[in-house]
Design a protein around this ligand. Sequence first.
Ligand code: ACO
Length: 319
Amino acid sequence: MHARIAGVGGHLPGTPVSNDDLVRRGVDTTDAWIAARTGIRARHLAAPGDTASSLALEASRRALEAAGIKAAELDLIIVATTTPDVIFPSTACLLQGRLGNVGAMAFDVQAVCSGFLTALAIAGNFIRAGSHRKALVVGAEVFSRLLDWQDRATCVLFGDGAGAVVLEAADSPGILAAAAHADGSQHGILCVPGQISGGRVGGDPFLRMDGRAVFRFAVRVLADVANECCAAAGVPVSAIDWLIPHQANIRIIAATAEKLGLPMDKVVVTVDHHGNTSAASVPLALDAAVRDGRVRRGQKILLEGVGAGVAWGAVLLQF
Ligand code: ACO
């Protein structure tokens, strides 16, 4: 039994907010600084009424339509998010309710920017084990809610969005291999250290980051986990048709591609128009490349990402 992607969908809320728009909104930055350091030109910001589950709903509808599968047929729904609608129930259950599905197993995965990869690996394992046949796997974030707009070193980096895939049991591959790791000793380099207790927000509720430490860590582990995943599948890195990395920063993406010996024309880059959307970024990039015809059936695709935790992972699949 294999687990194969049957359909992909994505959703970015509202209209793009350019780097110059941020300057006009009072952020002490420039388009030139953001573009040179990160490759980001614009991001999308959720409207006040948007939530992770409302963005997830749009992306999921598109993925289900592309797969030709009805929501009622799903028997597994996993949402990767760090910005759930509420503390509980899970955003996956809220999405399930919005989709009108009753009965599927539904839960969230919290692995921040590598959450979608973790969720995809989990869903793939359920399908390959034979317990489930049709899974919806979503990365959905409203990261703008965590941003301190006075902190120019972080607020320019992130955006909101959702991406989704439908994974189904199939006779042919499918997911070929997955690898995931974490190093909790590094939890302080990227975090939102606040918490809710006794009806109040305690501590600091904003995203805090040691950008240089994250950068160094990311470049070190991404090439390693890509190699590990390819080795597990017996597929040489040179046989990869597309690398679809977490869309955080063009310099991290380029450094990883270089370490892997992959030319940039084999790398899908969308960070320029939506910034870092955390768990949504890999499925959003996959969706863009499927819809514009770059990613085609039968190709070998390597998805990978790293984020807070620090947690990182990769999934190699035949599309
Ligand atoms: N606009 C203008 N100037 C800025 C801005 C800004 N938005 N932000 C910081 N600066 C200034 C700083 O104040 C500093 O000025 P100074 O030299 O006068 O003190 C100068 O730019 C350099 O600051 P650094 O923080 O040292 O800049 P750096 O070159 O490290 O770039 C960046 C910062 C882009 C965040 C980089 O460290 C990075 O890409 N890190 C990876 C972080 C990342 O991608 N995180 C995403 C989450 S994790 C993940 O998804 C992988």
